[in-house]
Design a protein around this ligand. Sequence first.
Ligand code: FES
Length: 159
Amino acid sequence: MEIKFTEENLKKLDKAKSHYPKSDAALMPALWLAQEQFGWLSIDVMKYVGSILNIPYEHVLGAAEFYTMYYKKPVGKNHLQVCTNISCMLCGAYDILDYISDKLDIKTGETTQDGKFMLSEAECLGSCGTAPMLQLNNYYEENLTKEKIDNLIEKLSKS
Ligand code: FES
């Protein structure tokens, strides 16, 4: 597979670069676009991002390694990130995490064999008022119960 941004993503990147005096400052949005397009940030993808921003690969890798929101390995189609920070923890986040883990038969950090689900533990996602909650790809699922988890996983399994 050729690693190259789509025309649409190149336009988005140009727009992001226009917000900064130097194009290398657009590294974060460039990595985000790359992750959206390619699914995760492989070495080749990071080298590509570096080449179009004129940034050494080591610099790109440093940024990607620092932020947990960037995936450095393939993830499941549905990435379930359960917040276990204080508000969610007090509202049963670890019960939810364990429930999902048992239901999907994977541990935190693992992906199901069919590639449909990945389970992670997350720090506070800024939605403490609706604890316990999780982030599903780019969306929030809130006020979680085991019944809601059952419905969610059933729906996602069919898609
Ligand atoms: S503690 Fe879970 S969203 Fe803030």
